[in-house]
Ligand binder design. Structure first.
Ligand code: NAD
Ligand code: IPM
Ligand code: MN
Length: 369
């Protein structure tokens, strides 16, 4: 019996998660996969009522689960960053989910490129460091700013104490990479390439500008590449954005730091047909991992039954793979493929089905009906 924590969250997160749970139930019905689900009322509604984001009891309880299945968070009524940092980034950091795995594969005929390319890219986005540390502040009138970053690997406290501060306010955001953080990320990346039977890894960065953090990252990756006997290509992130459009088929395992990874994988989702197709796994190989669509709460379409539930289903596929039920994971992928082949889709892919209808079609395919 696998114990799954379910956090539908906000906006279309709630709508797609209904489909996600239906699909998981269907998988349990027809296979040896057996699960129970505990729902967590985490998201904007509760925050607006009580001011609570994630309580300590919830963290404890989430930490004891086999996996977390997450919808989306974000609400236009709440100041940007409060829910994102307080809920999603906090969970990634607290559970030390240092890998964000985001597959980008060609879901024909929805790939919006003129030429026909078959591609299967495995983006591994570092998920706890870089410009996502929350390490920043505003320097005003000569006052020093204390910056604290707490991760499972370390508890780092710094003072940013200006020696000379021109007559202005300066906001800053520190991008940090730790040696140990990069080493474990690199190990996971090379192991993934090995598992995928590839002899090359691409590391994306901006080492020509952010020379300190990405310079150190290149050194560590180069050393690890030698250790693993795998070759390493470097790509600057600007060139990578272009290359993903003109030669997506030339990439396999791609390692990318947190912020650039966020951006490139939205581009990657669109290459697959849209944000409604992009799934992700926030992985801690030794702890609890969390699976979610890469899209957000989509306030522009929330409550209208327009959301594409494929991303949440593919996130369930990743969760099943992770829990050792690869056969069921493959079944989910095939069910999605079958529905698309039969012309069934939501409006974002040119179809007419509602979220629930699309979910029912996928469920029928899972059940072999
Ligand atoms: P978004 O991903 O919510 O939406 C971007 C665009 O894609 C919108 O036009 C939306 O309608 C469309 N879209 C997204 N998912 C779709 C789906 N499944 N089917 C069809 N269309 C879909 O990004 P945004 O609008 O920039 O952000 C909205 C809120 O979500 C913000 O508060 C943001 O911080 C948050 N957010 C949360 C997550 C997350 O929970 N993982 C991810 C991204 C953004
Ligand atoms: C994502 C989202 C998050 C991120 C936000 C909501 C914090 O965009 O999962 O891609 O930037 O990682
Ligand atoms: Mn994103």
């Amino acid at each position: 019996m696998k114990h799954i924590a379910v956090i539908p969250g906000d906006g279309i997160g709630k709508e797609v998660m209904e489909v996600g749970m239906d699909i998981l139930d269907a998988v349990s019905e027809i296979s040896s996969f057996d699960h129970d689900a505990e729902f967590f009322d985490i998201g904007s509604e509760r925050y607006l009522k009580t001011g609570e984001l994630v309580t300590e009891e919830e963290f404890d309880s989430l930490g004891r689960k086999d996996a977390i299945y997450f919808g989306a968070i974000g609400d236009p009524r709440v100041k940007p960053g409060i829910l994102e940092q307080g809920i999603l980034l906090n969970m990634r950091a607290r559970f030390d989910q240092y890998i964000n795995m985001r597959p980008v594969t060609s879901w024909h005929p929805f790939v919006p490129l003129k030429k026909h390319f078959d591609f299967d890219i495995c983006f591994l986005r570092e998920n706890t460091e870089d410009f996502y540390m929350g390490a920043g502040g505003v320097m005003r009138s000569g006052k020093k700013v204390e910056v604290n970053v707490k991760r499972m690997l370390y508890d780092l406290r710094m003072n940013v104490d200006p020696v000379s501060l021109p007559d202005d306010d300066f906001a800053f955001e520190i991008g940090l990479l730790s040696k140990r953080g990069v080493e474990r990320f690199a190990d996971h990346v090379f192991k993934t390439a090995e598992k995928r039977g590839e002899d090359k890894v691409t590391l994306v960065d901006k080492a020509n500008v952010c020379t300190h953090i990405y310079g150190m990252q290149r050194e560590i990756f180069s050393k690890k590449a030698e250790e693993h006997g795998i070759s390493l290509d470097f790509m600057y992130v600007d060139a990578m954005a272009m290359a993903m459009i003109v030669r997506p088929h030339t990439f396999g395992t791609v390692a990318v730091p947190n912020l650039f990874g966020d951006i490139l994988t939205d581009l990657g989702a669109q290459l697959q047909g849209g944000l409604g197709m992009g799934a992700s796994g926030n992985i801690n190989p030794e702890g609890v991992s969390m699976f979610e669509p890469i899209h957000g709460s989509a306030p522009d379409i929330a409550g209208q039954g327009k959301a594409n539930p494929i991303a949440v289903v593919l996130a369930a596929k990743m969760m099943l793979d992770h829990l050792g039920y690869e056969e069921m994971g493959t079944l989910l992928r095939n069910a999605v493929r079958k529905c698309l082949d039969e012309g069934k889709s939501t409006p974002d892919l040119g179809g007419k089905l509602t979220t629930k209808e699309m979910g029912n079609e996928i469920k029928r395919a899972v059940l072999g009906l």
